[in-house]
Design a protein around this ligand. Structure first.
Ligand SMILES: [Zn+2]
Length: 183
């Protein structure tokens, strides 16, 4: 599979007018293939595998917020990166999720071809599914290289997306508390 992808990269390099045999590019198709496979390895992970039983009983019913989770993904329209931060909150309903698992859930969905809106929703639904929380809120702020490097070249623009589930959706005070903590 890696070799197939490397061959395609070699063709792309040729089609762009470069010489894929020259010294600096000789190993590029293989390196690029491996990099692209790494950037899309989320397709080969499952929620069950990454959570791996790290759901613990807890009586806390106060909001749990995990802020500033680094996020690296790739837009499905241009195959260029988008980079940002993800904030996740949930209202436990008898269970809490191990802290490190939030970053792993973010990664699993970010390491795919994505659009930011779908990524936000997938993370929220995964946290909901795993914790059975009373509510889940996810906000992603990201800068898209496809906007910054090409086309309109709006280098300082960033995009914010959010998904509110359960009590975060139904209860405005809860939602407001979350947004205040995030901003
Ligand atoms: Zn794009």
């Amino acid at each position: 599979m890696t070799d197939d992808i490397a061959q395609y990269y070699q063709q792309i390099i040729s089609a762009l007018g470069e010489n894929p045999e020259r010294e600096g590019l000789k190993d590029t198709p293989l390196r690029a293939a491996k990099a692209m496979q790494f950037l899309t390895h989320g397709y080969h992970q499952s929620l069950q595998e990454i959570v791996n039983g790290a759901v613990f009983e807890s009586q806390t019913d106060e909001m749990v917020l995990v802020k500033d989770i680094e996020l690296y993904s790739m837009c499905e329209h241009h195959l260029l990166p988008f980079i940002g931060k993800c904030h996740i909150a949930y209202l436990p309903n008898g269970n809490v999720l191990g802290l490190s698992k939030f970053a792993r859930i973010v990664d699993m969905y970010a390491r795919r071809m994505q659009i930011q809106e779908n990524l936000t929703r997938e993370i929220a639904e995964a946290v909901q599914q795993v914790t059975q929380a009373r509510g889940v809120a996810v906000v992603i702020e990201a800068r898209h290289l496809c906007m910054m490097m090409r086309g309109v070249e709006k280098q300082n623009s960033s995009m914010t997306s959010s998904v509110m589930l359960g009590d975060f959706r139904a209860n405005q005070a809860t939602r407001q508390e979350f947004l205040t903590l995030v901003n």
